[in-house]
Design a protein around this ligand. Structure first.
Ligand code: ATP
Ligand code: MG
Length: 429
């Protein structure tokens, strides 16, 4: 195949074998969030480039080197969204959803785009489900976000495989003071830290803390600690969060090096990580961003949120063999009809069954075919039963009801009794 007819590297098709698992995952999250009173919002996939520069920060990895940015026909600089928070805040401001201190509990879902090196668990188009809460500034809501993810991990059967890492970044003033102390310390040790960290020291010094470079890590052992610079307010907030997590019985690890890649966080930051996926171990990450709305031109508005990576969570479900068996079957019943009259009768019968049996998944054979070929298709569909309609059945107003997975003998069932029969043995059973 010529190159132009392939998908872009790092941008994947989600094939029919995979979509049941995606729908199961997305459906589980959606009904969980309904249960907590969160409402869905849908933003465009493309926004003005300035939105991301102003919110995520000019010197972050995302804005510096990961965005898909292009000029449209009007000469406007547009960007495929690399994350959802910026667009969500933009929408909230644009529509006045946070005015007058209104509390908003929102969630969204969809593709995000970052030009990264594709590998397992890291793609150029990937999908997130994100939550954002506006106008609540206490640790109770930070705790709720964590509590609901904890419940989600249980629903999905992956609770034992994930660990919660927590940190507090303090207010932006406290962080500013800490940043100065860190820069001073690292500048004094400039010749001992790696090149990348030297560069970050100038642009985004806090990111040096999560360096993978062993020598730089060794230097950092003696560096000033963010925790020592926390303001009282952030300290009380953090204690409040920890007390609530303790009360809810949610284990966590304090990770003083957790700083997150985006500029807008303050106070609480957290990540859910797993050691089951190799290097791409963070499945869900977020934190508080009390300054962001104001920074984007709104009134001071507290905010907190997180996003989970759907691909990584799907990979985790597969790795841990937590894919429910029930989602793999997509057809309950396959109707085979032989001859033109039977086909016509089959069409009306099938439509009547769809009226009468809610939830029935019925596939009607298309393209005619011999006995053998229709049964083969029935089998391949994964259906539990085949319904057989030929001239004899037509004359008697019955269908042949044939179990395909070894559950008993074939029998004839009257058309008038068929709906009840299917309701009991397929939809409830
Ligand atoms: P990482 O450190 O893995 O690059 P990040 O800090 O850049 O992650 P966030 O911006 O916080 O990620 O996004 C939230 C979640 O979205 C991540 O925890 C991860 O599960 C997922 N995610 C981020 N980037 C990608 C990607 N390129 N491919 C797949 N999933 C991703
Ligand atoms: Mg990243």
């Amino acid at each position: 195949m010529s190159k132009t007819l392939q998908a872009i590297r790092g941008m994947n098709d989600i094939l029919p074998e995979q979509t049941p698992l995606w729908r199961y995952f997305e459906g589980t999250v959606a009904s969980l969030l309904d249960g907590y009173g969160y409402r869905q919002i849908r933003m465009p996939i493309v926004e003005f480039t300035d939105l991301f520069k102003r919110s995520i920060g000019e010197v972050t990895d995302i804005v510096e080197k990961e965005m898909y940015t292009f000029e449209d026909r009007n000469g406007d600089s547009l960007t495929l969204r690399p994350e959802g928070t910026a667009a969500c805040v933009r929408a909230v401001l644009e529509h006045g959803l946070s005015g007058g201190g209104q509390v908003q509990k929102l969630w969204y879902m969809g593709p995000m785009f970052r030009h990264e090196r594709p590998q397992k668990g890291r793609y150029r188009q990937f999908h997130q489900i994100g939550l954002e809460v506006f106008n609540l500034d206490g640790p109770d809501i930070d705790a709720e976000l964590i509590v609901l993810t904890w419940r989600l991990w249980k629903l999905l059967g992956i609770r034992d495989a994930v660990t919660l890492e927590l940190n507090s970044l303090g207010t932006s003033e406290a962080r500013g003071r800490y940043r100065e102390a860190l820069v001073e310390f690292l500048t004094a040790h400039l010749d001992q830290i790696d090149e990348d960290s030297q560069r970050r020291l100038k642009t985004n010094p806090l990111r040096v803390l999560d360096t993978k470079h062993p020598e730089t890590q060794a230097v950092l052992v003696n560096a000033p600690k963010l925790a020592d610079y926390l303001d009282d307010e952030s300290r009380v907030h953090f204690e409040g969060l920890k007390a609530r997590l303790d009360a809810a019985g949610i284990p966590y690890v304090i990770n003083p090096k957790l700083v997150r890649g985006l500029d807008y966080y303050s106070k609480t930051v957290f990540e859910w990580v797993t050691d089951k996926l190799g290097a791409q171990g963070t499945v869900c990450a977020g934190g508080r961003y009390d300054g962001l709305v104001e920074q984007m031109g709104g009134k001071p508005t507290p905010g907190v949120g997180f996003a989970m990576g759907i691909e990584r969570l799907i990979l985790l479900l597969e790795t841990l063999e937590q894919v429910p068996e029930s989602i793999s079957r997509q057809v309950d019943v396959y109707l085979c009809a032989f001859g033109e009259q039977a086909e016509l009768a089959g069409l009306t019968l099938a439509e009547r069954l769809r009226d009468q049996v809610p939830g029935l998944r019925l596939m009607v054979n298309a393209g005619a075919g011999s006995f053998k070929s229709q049964f083969k298709k029935a089998d391949k569909s994964g259906a539990l039963y085949a319904l057989i309609l030929g001239d004899d059945e037509l004359a008697q107003q019955v269908v042949g009801f044939k179990p395909l997975r070894g559950q008993g003998e074939q029998q004839n069932i009257a058309w008038s009794a068929l709906a009840d029969h299917l309701a009991t043995c397929v939809v409830q059973g």
